[in-house]
Design a protein around this ligand. Sequence first.
Ligand SMILES: Nc1ncnc2c1ncn2[C@@H]1O[C@H](COP(=O)(O)OP(=O)(O)O)[C@@H](O)[C@H]1O
Ligand SMILES: [Mg+2]
Length: 248
Amino acid sequence: MYVRRAYVREANRPGRAERGRWPFTVPCVAELAEEGLTFQAPVTFLVGDNGSGKSTLVEAIAEGFKLDSYGGRLAAKRGRPDSVKTALGEVLTLETTAAGSRMLGGPRSRKQGFFLRAETAFQMTENLGGVPGYWEDNTAEMSHGEGFLTVFREMFNKPGFYVMDEPEAALSFTSCLHLVSLLHELGQTGAQVVCATHSPILAATPGADIIEVGEHGFRRIKWDELELVDHWRRYLTNPDNYLRHIID
Ligand SMILES: Nc1ncnc2c1ncn2[C@@H]1O[C@H](COP(=O)(O)OP(=O)(O)O)[C@@H](O)[C@H]1O
Ligand SMILES: [Mg+2]
């Protein structure tokens, strides 16, 4: 593992005025600022409704490790300097392990890791096909899901710090299962993954730590107890349980 904890230093804690403004109005961000968030397993999932703050968290965590949405190796060339940060990224500190400190303090070329953002991931698969050091296959000729899986296989093959925001967006059920096996393998081989997801398939990755984000802030929870899993179970058993409330 590379990152043990994400927290806000005393001196950077929001004052009363700031607590009334975004992002500290988001309950999980407020809790992070107060308590910090520990990472207890190589693979951590953040699960929660739209707007619960998952992207805000993972973006700031990725920034803390100097990853951006184009990945560590190309970040410098892509023009977004490290100094441009999100509001939470400005104040967030990562407590790294010895391996994490070495990687973060070392040259960019030795940094292994990636921030995969749902909104930009597909564009990225198109732009980076054929760039040396990235994947060889031409992902533009593949379907959306195939391109994603190719990228995942090529990019996530070394120990490093991988941050992902809803990587399941383009994936079928079967492709999600492939991604589960990749994530699990990453976790088993010394990498660390922090992943925001709506997918009950991904969240079931064996050995993963699941943090449910919502009005309450955040809490550790078992897969079985996730609201998301409960909704899917009930919907698949009988869609009408839900549909009768929304369709006349
Ligand atoms: N740059 C921003 N400025 C103000 N509010 C924002 C900004 N980005 C996100 N928000 C708000 O913060 C909340 C959490 O958003 P987000 O982290 O994207 O949630 P999620 O990824 O869980 O859907 C939402 O209410 C969203 O509208
Ligand atoms: Mg999001």
